[in-house]
Design a protein around this ligand. Structure first.
Ligand code: PAF
Length: 285
């Protein structure tokens, strides 16, 4: 596996591969790899001749007081893990190369970025879109693979790609969970064992909602289900609800009743330090 750090070098390599007719896949990441990231890389490997994984902790998607400085970083560890699943290039540009003095462009997907995580993290999705656009330009992929854990991010990026006619296929990959059910996240490394146990309220909420939907004989009120889930989470010490919503999976608008395209989507803060998100499809049978 090759480590590339300069954007001009990455672009030249991508142009060369394209010239040879090779299919390129990009997996954008912020590093500190876990099984969830490795699953995205394996998915990319299945569909492309060359797999690029970008590793860049993107400062412009973090708000004031968020965990930019604390975000876990270990290039050596991540290189070994990526090489182990057959990645061709680990692309790890510097902040100054990505955002040189004078940088002033931003991409905003106006409506989809407003609610859910966007409400509590103003500007977050503008930062995500801007960096993803740059990474797509630099790596010229035929496909880019994103995890469903960041469900709103996935919807926002799909919209950007559609609206800006970007010639790339966005491929999504299901959430990878620990055996306990906790969705894998680099931020789980901030949690103690006890806090991980408390954070399982997210997974329990999903199981609760799925069981309700499976047993339902008439359409369920989304609002009632969300308030039951909020009540469950509030009972867990240290866990504070940011939001619990049931939304349409495509436009992220609130559902009145749970239907076959509904997605339960949640964010909580654990012990005021760690913000966790999770989501699941609610299958109506
Ligand atoms: O999901 C992430 O890790 C980041 O938001 C992304 C897509 C790599 C952009 O920085």
């Amino acid at each position: 596996m090759k480590l590339v750090q300069k954007p001009f070098e990455m672009s030249a390599l991508a142009a060369c591969w394209r010239g040879q007719g090779l299919k390129i896949a990009l997996v954008p990441t912020m590093g500190w790899f876990h099984e969830g990231h490795l699953a995205l890389m394996r998915r990319a490997r299945q569909s492309a001749d060359r797999v690029v994984v970008s590793l860049f902790v993107n400062p412009i998607q973090f708000g004031p007081g968020e965990d930019l400085a604390a975000y876990p970083r270990d290039l050596q560890r991540d290189s070994e893990l990526a090489a182990g699943v057959g990645v061709d290039v680990l692309y790890a540009p510097s902040v100054t190369d990505m955002y040189p003095t004078g940088f002033q462009t931003s991409i905003r997907v106006a409506e989809l970025s407003k609610g859910l995580c966007g409400a509590g993290r103003p500007g977050h999705f503008d930062g995500v879109c801007t960096v993803v656009m740059k990474l797509l330009q630099q790596t010229q992929p035929h496909l880019a693979v994103f995890g469903e854990k960041d469900f709103q991010q996935l919807a926002v990026i799909r919209r950007m790609v559609h609206d800006l006619d970007l010639p790339v296929e966005i491929v999504s990959h299901p959430i990878v969970r620990e055996t306990s059910g906790l969705a894998m996240s680099s931020r789980n490394s901030y949690l103690t064992e006890e806090e991980k146990e408390q954070a399982l309220c997210l997974y329990r909420a999903i199981l609760f909602a799925q069981a309700k939907v499976t047993g339902a004989v008439q359409p369920l009120s989304a609002e009632e289900m969300c308030s039951e889930i909020e009540k469950m989470i509030r009972q867990v010490p240290g866990c504070v609800v940011d939001y619990v919503e049931i939304v349409d999976a495509d436009n992220l608008e609130r559902c009145e009743t749970v239907n076959e395209n509904s997605r339960l989507i949640m964010a909580i803060k654990v012990h005021e330090r760690v913000r966790l998100i999770d989501n699941a499809r609610l299958c109506v049978v």
